[in-house]
Design a protein around this ligand. Structure first.
Ligand code: PLP
Length: 392
């Protein structure tokens, strides 16, 4: 029996068919490894699974050391502590990034200096770098947005000339490359995230990557609550005592067990993500051309790790309308970073509207489509249909 006088244009799918922006993905071995970690009895930090994860990451990256942390935020805080910042020391960060990239350094005494991003990659604009450097500049923190590498050769050249430390915020970029070199291996330090929304996850987690051996000893101390515990256990000192600043940055070995399962399955995970990314890119090409929308730019010397798929709409109004259009079809698309330089905290550090025009522009226009390892073909078909039935 039907009463409808005007047939609905779109038949709304049942609520169970909601397509989230992100959904945690299980490779299958997590439960077994977690059980092993619990049964083994070393559930605090630096147990056997932590060691396996560190070794795996060290071999992927060729880093001198990789220290697992409870988050990328914590890894950034460890990096800030390693810099030993004095009041007024400056750290250059892109305005278009997650809060932690700036907050970690501000929390440890640094002054974030915001720099704009390139309109193509949305990465820190290396051409503006010299203009932001002062005699107080201690570090530069490039973020490889969407896992597309920054112009690292130029950034390293400028930094090395002045003895400025480079810390790559590589939360999006694990397994990506720039000019053949792994992201996370250019700077003296790099940070990784294993948050639920990242390619590989254990819920909450991170890592500090050390590419410069001179940081190892203090990094161990800072991570071990300011104690020389690591040296003590290696038998290099007969006292286990308080020697420096520090905090508790070790994830439980239970989380490391979860992460190890994902690290082992990384090739399968990356293949899934590549397939999803390539399909969005191909099937939305015509629509983006016809509607003045831009797809992600990936330079020919970049191997991206397929972290996200975004669209740059012509205007804020168009973006708002697209998110609404998809929302009516139970598809959850989301925008991304708000400019840090004009956030409440950014303004306290001197940020003013107009300082980073590209960031201010793109942050209003960017939308990210549902993108996760377990996105099915049918779900992706619905997302693509949702997008192409929208007119800017
Ligand atoms: C996710 C993310 C972080 C924070 O990672 P957590 O592990 O959640 O602390 C930092 N920087 C960037 C660029 C990120 O995307």
């Amino acid at each position: 029996m039907t009463h409808a006088t005007t047939p609905p244009v779109v038949v709304p799918p049942a609520p169970s068919e909601r397509i989230p922006f992100n959904k945690p993905f299980l490779v299958g071995t997590e439960f077994d490894y977690i059980q092993q970690a619990i049964r083994f009895g070393h559930t605090a930090g630096d147990g056997p699974f932590t060691r396996k994860c560190s070794e795996e990451l060290e071999s992927i990256l060729g880093a001198v050391r990789v220290l697992l942390t409870t988050s990328c935020t914590d890894a950034l805080e460890m990096a800030a502590m390693l810099l030993d910042l004095d009041e007024g020391d400056e750290v250059i960060v892109p305005s278009f990034t997650f809060v932690s990239t700036a907050n970690a350094f501000a929390t440890h005494g640094g002054k974030p200096v915001f720099i704009d991003v390139r309109p193509d990659t949305l990465n820190l604009d290396e051409q503006l770098l010299e203009s932001r450097i002062t005699e107080r500049t201690r570090a530069i923190v490039p973020v490889h947005y969407a896992g597309v590498g920054c112009e690292m050769d130029e950034i390293m050249r400028i930094a090395n000339k002045r003895g400025i430390v480079v810390i790559e915020d590589n939360a999006h970029g694990l397994l990506g490359r720039k000019a053949g070199k792994r992201l996370g291996t250019f700077g003296q330090l790099a940070t990784q995230s294993f948050h639920e929304t990242k390619n590989l996850t254990c819920g909450e987690g991170g890592a500090l990557v050390l590419n410069d051996a001179s940081f190892i000893e203090r990094a161990d101390i800072i991570r071990e609550k300011g104690t020389n515990r690591a040296r003590f256990f290696r038998g290099e000192t007969d006292k286990y005592t308080w020697v420096d600043f520090g905090s508790s940055f070790l994830p439980s070995d239970i989380l490391a067990a979860y992460l190890f399962a994902q690290l082992q399955a990384r090739n399968d995970i990356q293949q899934r993500r590549q397939r999803i990314w390539n399909r969005y890119n191909a099937e939305l090409e015509e629509w983006t051309r016809e509607n003045g929308v831009r797809r992600p730019f990936v330079g020919s010397d970049c191997e991206q790790p397929f972290h996200m798929f975004y669209l740059l709409l012509p205007s804020l109004a168009a973006r708002t309308a697209l998110i609404e259009h998809l929302g009516k079809r139970l598809i959850h698309a989301v925008f991304h970073y708000q400019p840090l330089h004009i956030s409440d905290m950014g303004r306290r550090f001197g940020g003013r509207p107009g300082d980073c025009p590209v960031t201010e522009d793109v942050s209003d226009r960017l939308v990210r489509l549902p993108f996760f390892n377990g996105l099915t073909e049918a779900e992706q078909t619905r997302v693509i249909e949702g997008v192409v039935t929208f007119r800017c």
